[in-house]
Design a protein around this ligand. Structure first.
Ligand code: ADP
Ligand code: MG
Length: 746
């Protein structure tokens, strides 16, 4: 066996041999779960972390050792300057990559890309080629650099008609190729960008790369003005904390709503939820730990630097976080994380739920998007200064972030707008839909004092003079721990906390990079203009004070969940886009179009297409929920409820027949029958809401509004009665696994 056969499973996962849906299946699932044990590796098959890390990545070291010196240098230059590889060099790189991959058991390669579906896409080709009937393992430079998947079935938001469906994928050499392995084989994955034949970006990666370039350009320009001659480029950094739920796969199989929509459309509140707060950071159950360990092993092999794991607040909720990286790579790595979580879960007899709100009444899942900017000289631009010059630089960068987030709060809100996140944002657990910045008390005071200016005789304020003295050191712990803020400064980075757990992080980071680039450009222009007369230090102080003053309204350190904040935010004029449909339209404003065009991130057409796709995705998500709710209510809940009602009626009738008084039981029966009547009415009501939305024409935005206003409330009304029935219908007749089971039995 080759080196790529790493391990074998010690035990095959239990497969249920029960009918897929029936009340008996629920009990059978519980019995199966009771017999499950952790799926662990044999001692002999374990490997030390250093041996695993990056083992499946064709990274810089592998390229260097497998390419001739001249080719290696040429490739590095292409990567640094984002220029195209010439054909000869491409062939050399492709060949080296193929040899490396084949040694590791790869039989196929694929261009791996991120179409606007929120997930990744791949189409595999084998290395197999025939020459005079003889097998050759082929992978040419051309195949490495460019692919031509049929683009017609990917969302394009109107960018191209199906008759001109061709699109192409182009190698992104800044993100290393890697091998994805299954027990039966391996595939070389080449990260690529995906464009239409007319050059429009059909993916999330291309705009991200463009935005990172814009950010670098503008940051370097500003740093030069501040006197830095060394920095050549700046890159955004990103660390995504990923939250998820893990439930037993045997329960998942019995919940058509989870299978179709990723969330439970029905489910009565369990007797115990998260109120005991006993899950957060609790000891990790053995079966779950075994799953986490296998995920981590796999992610390390793929070069993803996963670092922390722990139990989250809700029962059966967990988190995994990597060490931050260059954001263009971290975005790819987060896609891999989600994929590995899902696949590994299945192997361990679990199902991993990445939805923002799989269960009503307990916390949902988010993805904290930790963002900063780093220089090629190894400095973090959001690290508060230790010297007067760093101090000034930090304050200028802070001003850029504040200005950007205030000016474009609407766009930032759009990047997290989708049906799933509507259940989270604004509920009492996730940051509100209102975008604000948390700086912590100390930093807020500094901002305040810079706005007010230094007053003679006031030592405390004197010490804040830019370019002269250092900032008071900010203890890391003092800057965080306001979990209610959507955008919090946490010592040396900002944490955009409103991103949804299931989301691809390309879009939020594209917008973050772009709005910051714009503010960096604004600051450069302003400081440059002022500098002539009064010198750098005074110019910076003046510009920064002006920016802080104008954008101070975006700062909020208090409780973001409170009603007072909603009123206060309104007074301050901060936008509050309460739901996805309200927010998505922000991509259609002339302000948005001009911003993305100016920085070469998206053309007007590309921006519009993204808005359309978000609207369409919303409609589809709600339509699937509507359909799914209807079918479960009609074919599972109603029959169970009627059966239960029949049994009660029979029992009451029998008692009465022999002259026993059963008034209280009759009341129960009447109550139950009334609920069942309501159930049927709610089903009809949802059906007509759904038909109305389906048949409703208009723009994608109008279509989405109909789904929001008609279908969403009808699903909620249906849920209410179904959940009430769950508490009345005989337990042995109820077909859907209950919250108390899914959340607590593993
Ligand atoms: P917490 O938010 O729980 O305090 P940490 O401070 O350890 O946790 O960081 C959370 C995430 O932020 C991690 O993924 C970490 O790598 C990332 N992070 C730390 N520094 C930076 C940075 N400069 N840029 C981007 N992400 C960062
Ligand atoms: Mg965090």
């Amino acid at each position: 066996m080759g080196p790529y056969v790493r391990y074998q499973l010690v035990r095959k996962p239990v497969t249920p041999e029960v009918p897929i849906v029936s009340a008996a299946a629920r009990t059978a699932a519980i019995q199966l779960i009771a017999r499950k044990t952790p799926l662990v590796l044999d001692q002999a098959q374990r490997q030390p972390l250093p041996a695993m890390f990056g083992a499946q990545v064709f990274g810089v070291e592998q390229m260097r050792s497998r390419l001739p010196e001249t080719a290696w240098r040429a490739l590095v230059s292409c990567m640094e300057h984002a220029t195209e590889l010439d054909a000869g060099l491409a062939d050399q790189v492709a060949n080296a990559m193929k040899e490396w991959a084949v040694e590791r058991g790869a039989t196929h390669f694929t261009h791996w890309f991120q179409p606007m579906t929120g997930s990744t896409a791949e189409k595999h080709d084998s290395f197999c080629s025939l020459e005079n009937g003889r097998l050759l393992m082929e992978f040419s430079g051309k195949q490495l650099i460019k692919g031509e998947p049929d683009a017609s079935s990917f969302p394009s938001g109107g960018l191209r008609a199906t008759f001109e469906a061709r699109g192409y994928t182009a190698w992104d050499p800044t993100s290393p190729a890697f091998i994805r392995e299954t027990p039966s084989g391996a595939t070389l994955c080449v990260p690529t960008a995906f464009c239409s034949w007319t050059g429009e970006a059909l993916d999330e990666k291309t705009p991200l790369l463009r935005s990172a370039e814009a950010l670098s350009r503008e940051a370097v320009r500003l740093l030069r003005i501040l006197g830095d001659q060394k920095v050549q480029f700046v890159y955004p950094t990103l660390g995504c904390e990923q939250e998820y739920f893990l439930i037993d796969r045997d329960f998942w199989l019995l919940r058509p709503d989870l299978v179709a929509t990723g969330r439970t459309l029905f489910g009565a509140k369990p007797p115990k939820g998260q109120e005991l707060e006993d899950h957060y950071f609790g000891s990790i159950a053995p079966r779950v730990l075994a799953f986490m360990q296998e995920c981590e092993n796999e992610l390390w092999r793929l070069g993803v630097p996963v670092k922390t794991r722990h139990n989250e607040v809700a029962p059966s909720q967990y988190e995994l976080a990597p060490i931050f990286e260059r954001s263009t790579i971290a975005v790819d790595h987060n896609m891999l994380c989600m994929e590995v979580l899902k696949q590994t879960a299945q192997k361990h007899g679990f199902h991993c739920l990445l939805h923002e709100k799989p269960f009503a009444g307990i916390n949902g899942s988010g993805k904290h998007n930790n963002w900063s900017m780093a220089t090629d000289t190894g400095e973090n631009l959001l690290e508060p200064g230790r010297s007067p010059a760093q101090n000034m630089r930090f304050i200028v960068m802070l001003a850029a972030v504040m200005r950007a987030v205030d000016t474009h709060a609407d766009l930032l809100r759009t990047t997290i707008a989708h049906a799933g996140n509507d259940h989270r944002l604004g509920a009492n657990e996730a940051p509100p839909a209102i975008i604000s910045i948390y700086l912590g008390e100390q930093l807020s005071e500094i901002v305040e004092s810079l706005v007010l200016g230094t007053k003679a005789g006031d030592r405390k304020r004197e010490s804040m003079r830019l370019g002269v003295s250092v900032l008071p050191s900010l203890p890391r712990d003092a800057t965080d721990r306001n979990r209610t803020s959507p955008f919090a400064f946490t010592g040396n980075k900002f944490e955009f906390r409103a991103v949804g757990s299931s989301q691809a992080t390309g879009k939020p980071n594209t917008v973050l990079n772009t709005i910051i680039a714009e503010s960096l450009a604004f600051l450069s222009d302003a400081i440059d203009k002022q500098k002539g007369g009064k010198g750098l230090e005074a110019a910076v102080s003046e510009v920064v004070a002006e920016v802080f003053k104008k954008h101070q309204r975006i700062l909020f350190n208090g409780n973001g969940y409170s009603a007072e904040w909603h009123a206060e935010a309104e007074r301050r004029g901060l936008p509050n886009f309460r739901n996805a449909v309200d927010a998505i339209g922000n991509f259609g404003t002339s302000k948005a179009v001009a911003l993305f065009e100016r920085f070469g991130v998206l053309t007007a057409k590309e921006t519009e297409s993204r808005m359309n796709i978000m609207f369409e995705a919303y409609c589809k998500a709600i339509a699937i929920e509507g359909q799914s709710a209807l079918s479960i209510a009609r074919t599972m809940v109603l029959p169970a409820a009627q059966k239960s009602q029949g049994a009660v009626a029979q029992s009451v009738g029998a008692a009465k027949a022999v002259g026993i008084e059963v008034k209280a039981q009759e009341r129960r029966l009447r109550d139950m029958s009334a609920r069942i009547e309501t159930l049927v009415l709610c089903i009809d009501d949802l059906q007509s809401a759904f038909d109305h939305a389906e048949g409703h024409g208009g723009s994608p935005g109008e279509h989405a509004k109909t789904y929001r206003d008609k279908v969403v409330p009808a699903v909620s009304r249906l849920r209410e009665v179904v959940d009430a029935l769950e508490t009345m219908v005989a337990d042995d007749l109820w077909p859907l696994p209950k919250y108390r089971e899914m959340l607590f039995l593993q």
